[in-house]
Design a protein around this ligand. Structure first.
Ligand code: DGY
Length: 323
């Protein structure tokens, strides 16, 4: 038994909480649906050995300083841009993530957004529910084909390559750009490496983003990049909102620089209810649901719990990104 407390910042599946209760002498779970405020997070983390966080919880130097007993932050996400990694490293706090359990599910979501925006699924669903299904007309809600189109993948990591595998089933031509060419990953999916993002953008009907948020990828897609895309092309973002400049996206959708976008992430996140992006009919938007299936969220939560347990038991946390 680990003699210490873990604070879990959201209610998780009972079997995950039970697993933690079996190992930690104290398990504190945040019960409200909404996240703890930074003050509440600091209050509940004080005195803990472990903290199990979500992607929307900010783990910064101030939080770490308010919890000097903290040994591990187990983030329930593959991305960890919500954590100040340098501050954690300086204080010797282990940070873990949840790789290899959510990539296929997130790739499904990228494809769902691609199909939904290109075939106008959400727009036509809303119109039909509003009682506007009058006579059938050959020009009603025309969209664009996904099959046979050219897909540009930005970042051919585990999620990007899972998207590429799906694209093969749709007979798509696949291009990708990344910091380095990845011959072993590109060969099985038949993806063509394009060294420059700028060169790739104009060649694609769909551009799907699969990079982590770092200083190098913040605002990767801005006004200049939208200007290089085809006016018939679509942008798909299931990575992080800050990879795309929101004002530039809005302008591109309003001015017809691109045909549409499917986004699961925004900057800011959550998007304010009165944000003009929400008025754009050529936008399909979902609230950061990339990994949101029963099975995958269950696996992520259990993996985060296992990481917290391992780190506090003196073992190696299986998914330490630093520590
Ligand atoms: C991740 O794992 O980084 C996702 O964005 C969280 O759902």
């Amino acid at each position: 038994m680990i003699n210490g407390r873990v604070f879990v910042t959201r209610e998780l599946a009972p079997q995950v909480i039970q697993r933690l209760r079996n190992e930690f002498s104290e398990v504190d779970v945040w019960e409200p649906f909404g996240p703890p405020t930074p003050t509440e997070l600091a209050e509940r983390t004080a005195g803990c050995l472990a903290l199990l966080t979500m992607v929307s919880d900010r783990v910064d130097a101030a939080l770490l300083d308010s919890a000097p007993t903290l040994q591990v932050v187990a983030n329930m996400a593959v991305g960890y841009n919500n954590v100040d990694i340098a501050a954690a490293a300086e204080r010797g706090v282990i940070i873990t993530n949840t790789p290899n359990v959510l990539e296929e599910t997130t790739a499904d979501m990228a494809f769902a957004l691609m199909l939904a925006v290109a075939r106008r699924v959400v727009e036509s669903d809303a119109d039909t529910r509003a009682g506007n299904w009058g006579l059938w007309h050959p020009g009603l809600f025309l969209g664009n084909d996904v099959h046979g189109a050219t897909l540009g993948i930005v970042g051919l990591g585990t999620i990007g390559s899972a998207v590429a595998r799906r694209a093969r089933g749709f007979d798509m031509r696949i291009k990708y750009t990344a910091r380095n060419r990845q011959p072993e990953t590109e060969a099985p999916v038949g993806a063509e490496f394009v060294p420059s993002l700028q060169d790739m953008l104009g060649q694609c009907d769909f551009v799907s983003l699969h990079v982590p948020l770092t200083d190098a990828t913040r605002d990767l897609i801005g006004a200049q990049e939208f200007g290089l895309m085809k006016p018939t092309a679509y942008l798909i973002n299931t990575s992080r909102g800050d990879v795309v400049n929101t004002d530039a996206l809005l302008a591109a959708l309003q001015d017809g620089a691109i045909a549409g976008a499917g986004i699961d992430v925004t900057a800011p996140e959550p998007i304010p209810p009165d944000h003009p992006l929400l008025q754009q009919p050529n936008l399909v938007i979902t609230p950061h649901l990339g990994s949101a299936t029963h099975a995958t969220r269950g696996r992520m939560a259990m993996l985060a719990a296992e990481n917290a347990i391992a780190a506090c038991s003196g073992g190696l946390a299986p998914n330490a990104v630093i520590g």
